[in-house]
Structure formats: C-alpha cells, structure tokens
Design a binder for this molecule. Structure first.
Ligand code: GDD
Ligand code: MG
Length: 340
C-alpha cells in the first residue's frame, strides 16, 4: 500500500497580504484555477490512499479543497516534525494491519508547491516509493537547483547506488536553509534542493524519530496519548529534527519543474509574462511598466512607469515591495503581528 500524506498545516507568512493567519498559501489558487492544496491532492493519485494532515485551526477548511481525502488533525500546530510523526504513526495503525504490512510506504507531499510536469512527478514518486520499500530507509526527492535560493534546504549527494532497478544517491549531508554565500557554493558543487517531499516505511521513519528530539512524542504515541506527546516536544521541522541526523537517507532525482512559491517574486517563475515581462493574477493595466508582479483579488490595479516591483492587493490591504526584497515581507508580518 502506498499512502500519500499531504501536509496542509503551515502558515506561509511571506505571501502577505493574500496569505494571512486564517488563509495560508495552500488555500490560494496560485498559478492555476484551484488552490495549491486541491492540486496537490490531485497529483497524489499515484498513491492508493490520500491523507491530509493539518493543525486544528485549519481543520474545517480542508474539506473544501480535498473532499475525498481522509483528514487527520494533529493535537497542536508544532511544525512538520511532530506533524509527520503523528501522521506516520496513525497511518501505520490504520493501513499497516495488525500484524504489520511491510509493504506500506508513506509519501509526504507539502501542499504549498508548484509542480510543472505531472507525468515526471508521478514517475519520480513511483521511483522513490520503490526505493523506500526496497531499502527500508528514508528517501528524499532532490531538485537540481536553478539559483542560490536561501529559503530551501540543500542535499549533498554521496555514493551512487541502485535498488529495485532504480538509481539514487546516498545523502552525504543535509544543509537546511543556508546563508547566501553557502548557497552559492552548494549550487556550484552540484548539491540538490530538498523538495520537502519524502518517502519512507513507517518503521524506518518512527525509528529515526525515536532517536531524535521527537522521542518523547513517539513514546507517547505508542502509549496512545498524542496530547501528552505534543505537549512534550517543541515546534521543529522534520528536516532539523530527523533528516539531518538520520543515519541512512537516500536522494532520488526529482526531474520536474518545481517551486515552493515562498515569496511574491516566485510568481515570475511560474506565470507566463506579458510582452514587457510583467506577470499578473487578477484585473490590471500597465503603461510603460516592466518586470513587475501584479496580484489582486477583485480590485483593478494599474502600474505606470515602474519596474521590478511586486504589487499585491488583497482584501483591504495593499503591499508594494521591490521583487529583490520580497523575502523581507517576513519582517513586515512580524512587525504587524507585534503591533496587533
Ligand atoms: N500538518 C501540518 N502541521 N503541516 C504543516 C505544519 C504543521 O504544523 N507546518 C507546516 N506544514 C506544512 C506546510 O503547509 C507545507 O505544506 C509543508 O508542511 C512544509 O512546511 P513549510 O513551512 O512550507 O516548510 P519550508 O518550505 O519552510 O521548508 C521545507 O520545504 C522546503 C521546500 O519547499 C524544508 O523541507 C526545506 O528543506 C525544503 O527545501
Ligand atoms: Mg514551504
């Protein structure tokens, strides 16, 4: 059995003002007609079952985007480390059978990604599933970097190997979200981007989690007390908590166009530009304006004589930022939160 586990509990603050506390990135229709979450669930049809995991705050909204999926609500929002541990444990209970079905593989899919080629995506997922099943280890999907992005994790590939007729590399090391200079070195050295998608048998993942800061959670889950388990651990991403310290991890090549759409300038990379290099979502007009990103929900936005800007109008809010500084929206969101 292959179970796709879609993660839909993140906050995604860098896409302010479209993405806000009650409406994070995965619920927005970016670069398509339907939400990123709905499209992620569609893409998961390589799997036998689809489970969507989220934090309590978004529980009600999932149904709208994924009416057919099995929804799993974790006791508390504590980032992907606890979320994946809880969900993997539950999936083993539900789909593993009482005597343990060693055929069971969980493929985790973030719901905030753009994927350009569904065929190549399905192929990579099938390869990763086979490698996870055959090796009994943790499998990551690595994307060939196109720029020294600091918002992603990097994977340093080690020895090339083969299992079930599929080629992959051992992971020599993980480097989660490096500074700009290290990111440049990693790109030059042929490292991969960590796509944040993984494949593993529940046994392999839970053993690695039991040997990590998530150990108290694994123990509490074994005792049937998820609430106590969540109370016992701090928020932490799966990359820091488990993958960076796991003994054997494999990386399978993800040979498809991929983007995390982490900030407004990312739309440049996934939307078709007009003759002046502007990309847009929503009603707009430009005069002598080039290389801008324009996004609006229901307002008509006009740009005259400006270039290199992201202009975003959502609800009763407007954001203007140079594309090169779009990551700094995080600073703004922190300030606004502080000020209430
Ligand atoms: N269920 C649940 N609960 N989901 C969560 C939670 C949570 O508490 N927190 C985040 N998620 C979901 C998000 O909605 C997203 O779909 C996914 O988990 C990944 O979380 P992000 O917060 O978006 O992670 P990231 O983008 O900063 O970093 C990760 O992904 C990068 C690629 O997109 C890392 O794995 C990086 O190494 C990687 O490069
Ligand atoms: Mg992300």
């Amino acid at each position: 059995t292959t179970v796709a586990l879609v993660l839909a509990g993140g906050i995604g603050s860098r896409l302010y003002p479209a993405s806000r506390g009650d409406r994070p990135k995965q619920f927005l229709p970016i670069g398509g007609d339907r939400s990123l979450l709905a499209r992620t669930v569609d893409r998961a049809d390589f799997a036998d079952e689809v489970v969507v995991a989220t934090r309590p705050r978004f529980a009600d909204e999932i149904e709208e985007h994924a009416p057919d999926a099995d929804v799993l609500v974790e006791p508390d929002g504590k980032d992907t480390g606890p979320a994946l541990t809880y969900a993997t444990h539950r999936i083993r209970e539900e789909y593993g059978g009482s005597d343990g079905d060693d055929d069971l593989v969980v493929v985790t899919l973030p719901s905030d990604h753009y994927v350009g080629d569904d065929g190549a995506f399905q192929k990579a997922m099938t390869t990763g599933t086979r490698v996870a099943r055959e090796t009994g280890g943790l499998v990551t999907f690595g994307v060939t970097p196109e720029r020294p992005e600091t918002g992603y994790g990097y994977i340093e590939p080690g020895t090339k190997r083969e299992a079930a007729g599929e080629a992959f590399h051992d992971v020599a090391r993980f480097h989660e979200k490096p500074d700009a200079e290290s990111a440049r070195e990693y790109v030059d050295a042929g490292y991969r981007w960590n796509s944040g998608m993984f494949a593993w048998t529940p046994e392999a993942f839970l053993a690695a989690a039991a040997d990590s800061p998530l150990a108290p959670l694994v123990e509490a889950l074994d005792d049937g007390d998820p609430e106590a388990g969540f109370a016992a651990v701090d928020p932490v991403s799966v990359d820091y908590a488990v993958l960076e310290r796991a003994a054997t991890v494999a990386v399978v090549d993800a040979a498809f166009a991929w983007d995390d759409l982490g900030s407004w300038d990312a739309l440049d990379r996934v939307l078709a530009p007009d003759g002046d290099g502007n990309v847009a979502i929503g009603d707009h007009r430009t005069v002598d304006a080039a290389d801008n990103v324009v996004v609006s929900d229901d307002k008509h936005v006009s740009l005259v004589g400006v270039s290199g800007l992201a202009v975003v109008a959502y609800d009763d809010r407007v954001l203007v930022v140079p594309k090169g500084e779009a990551q700094r929206v995080r600073e703004l969101v922190a300030l606004l939160e502080e000020e209430g």
